[in-house]
Design a protein around this ligand. Structure first.
Ligand SMILES: Cc1cc2nc3c(=O)[nH]c(=O)nc-3n(C[C@H](O)[C@H](O)[C@H](O)COP(=O)(O)O)c2cc1C
Length: 178
C-alpha cells in the first residue's frame, strides 16, 4: 500500500500531527510520502496512492490559502483529464482521511468543520471513500496567542500535546484496520 500525507501548516501545529502520522504509518509498514504544501510547491498525483491523508490548520473557517489554491488546481486538472466525472463513480480501494488543527476560539469545533468538509470534497469528487475526519486542537501562535486562553475551548496552550499525538497514532492504527 502506498500512502500520501499532504499537509499545510503555517505555524507548525499541523506539521506536528503530520509527522506523527508519518512515523506511525512507517511503523505499520506503510510506504508514505509526506508532502508539505507551499505557495509554489509541486502538484502531487493523488491518484497514484491507495491512501491519502490531507490536513491543514484552520484559517477563517477554511484550510490555509496555499492548500485551497492547490486543491483548486488539482480539481481543475482532474476535471480536464476526465478523472472527475458526473456522479463521481467510486474507485475501488482508494481511501482518504481529512484532518485539521484548529483553535476554535469563537464557536469551537463548528468553525473547523467547513475546512475539513472542503478538503473532503476533492476526494469524494474523485471517487475516494473518505473514511474519517479528524479534528485536533492547536494553540494560537503569533499575534493571536492570547486567544489560546480566551476562547470556547478554554486554555489550549501547548496543544497539540503529547496526549494529542498519542491520539493521532491510535487513529492511524485504527484506520489501518479498515
Ligand atoms: C491568523 C490566524 C487565524 C486563525 N483562524 C482560526 C479560525 O478561523 N478558526 C479556528 O478554529 N482556528 C483559527 N486559528 C487557529 C489555528 O487554526 C490553529 O492555531 C492551528 O493549529 C494552526 O495550524 P498550523 O500551525 O498548522 O498552521 C487561527 C490562527 C491564526 C494564527
Amino acid at each position: 500500500m502506498k500512502a500520501l500525507n499532504l499537509y499545510f501548516s503555517a505555524t507548525g501545529n499541523t506539521e506536528k500531527i503530520a509527522k506523527q502520522i508519518d512515523r506511525t504509518l512507517g511503523e505499520q509498514g506503510v510506504l508514505v510520502d509526506s508532502v508539505k504544501v507551499s505557495k509554489d510547491g509541486m502538484e502531487p498525483d493523488i491518484l497514484a496512492y491507495d491512501l491519502v491523508l490531507a490536513g491543514s490548520g484552520v484559517y477563517t473557517w477554511l484550510p490555509g490559502k496555499p492548500m485551497i489554491a492547490l486543491f483548486d488546481k488539482l480539481r481543475e486538472k482532474y476535471v480536464r483529464e476526465g478523472d472527475i466525472l458526473p456522479a463521481s463513480p467510486r474507485r475501488q480501494g482508494k481511501r482518504a482521511v481529512v484532518y485539521c488543527t484548529y483553535g476554535g476560539a469563537h464557536t469551537g469545533v463548528k468553525e473547523a468543520v467547513p475546512a475539513v468538509k472542503f478538503l473532503a470534497q476533492l476526494f469524494d469528487h474523485l471517487g475516494f471513500e473518505v473514511i474519517d475526519e479528524w479534528y485536533f486542537v492547536g494553540e494560537y501562535n503569533g499575534k493571536l496567542r492570547p486567544m489560546s486562553l480566551k476562547g470556547r475551548l478554554g486554555n489550549i496552550e501547548g496543544r497539540p500535546s503529547e496526549a494529542d499525538l498519542r491520539e493521532v497514532s491510535e487513529k492511524v492504527v485504527g484506520i489501518m484496520r479498515v
